[in-house]
Design a protein around this ligand. Structure first.
Ligand SMILES: Nc1ncnc2c1ncn2[C@@H]1O[C@H](COP(=O)(O)OP(=O)(O)OP(=O)(O)O)[C@@H](O)[C@H]1O
Length: 236
């Protein structure tokens, strides 16, 4: 689904932020990236999402329309559009592949509206469809960004700290929505997340990022939580 070999990422070829990254993410797999602030997690996922060119090494991503949805740390919501319209934007690549750019300004189809409303329901925001993002709390805005990615039904969903600012119950709702997407569409999920307890509970694979690379790759279990904690804590 998505793989890298000896990938090196950063903003200046002389100073890679993270190197030697070998990742292989299968359909439906949930891979978590954990590690201290500044370790290079966002730089890596921006590269995986295609926003930054790799400095070296190889990156294989699915190339069809709607293949990769990326939730940036800053969320990228359109402030003056309604919540529903923001989520509908997630379905745009689907519409573009069918009808081309000409219809971008037209109305959305019933299918797209259904997908957007279902995504909002999945993150518990059915009642907020007509509000604007700046009328919502930080955690609610985060869930709008998740809903936008869900509505895209992508092959790969990459989320940079999408679960932070959420209370435990709401976080479980979002995790359930992601699990449903994985089993329904075979979506591979790559999650940047600081909460190791959560990560070890929900991820199939945990990559511990530190010292400019992926230092360890674990398949979680309660014992592995201690190990992951030690590896990440070493660099905090
Ligand atoms: N646009 C940029 N231009 C140059 N350097 C950058 C840029 N963005 C990030 N960096 C640098 O890359 C390094 C890694 O930052 P990055 O945001 O990838 O870390 P992170 O692990 O995601 O941290 P956090 O958990 O705090 O979000 C930092 O030293 C940072 O200063």
């Amino acid at each position: 689904m998505l793989s890298t070999q000896n990938l090196s990422c950063g903003y200046d070829p002389r100073y890679p932020v993270i190197s030697g990254v070998d990742l292989s993410v299968a359909p439906g797999e949930l891979v978590a990236l954990a590690g201290p602030s500044g370790a290079g997690k966002s730089t890596l996922v921006k590269t995986l999402a295609g926003l930054i060119r790799p400095l070296s090494g190889s990156l294989h991503r699915p190339s069809h329309h709607q293949a990769v949805s990326y939730i940036p740390q800053g969320l990228g919501l359109v402030r003056h559009s309604s919540v529903l319209r923001n989520v509908l934007l997630g379905t745009l690549p689907r519409r573009m592949s069918r009808t081309g750019m000409g219809n971008l300004l037209g109305s959305f189809t019933a299918d797209q509206t259904h997908a957007a409303r279902s995504a909002l329901a999945a993150v518990g925001l059915s009642g907020s469809a007509d509000k604007r993002p700046d009328e919502l709390s930080g955690g609610q805005r985060r869930r709008v960004a998740v809903a936008r990615a869900l509505a895209a039904e992508p092959a790969v969903l990459i989320a940079d700290e999408a679960l932070c600012e959420l209370d435990h119950r709401t976080r479980d709702t979002v995790v359930t929505a992601l699990t449903d997407l994985r089993s329904r569409c075979g979506t591979a999920v790559i999650l940047v997340e600081h909460d190791l307890e959560l990560v070890c509970r929900v991820a199939d694979t945990v990559c511990c990022v530190g010292a400019g690379t992926i230092e360890a790759t674990l398949h979680p279990s309660p014992e592995r939580y201690q190990l992951a904690h030690k590896i990440v804590a070493n660099h905090v």
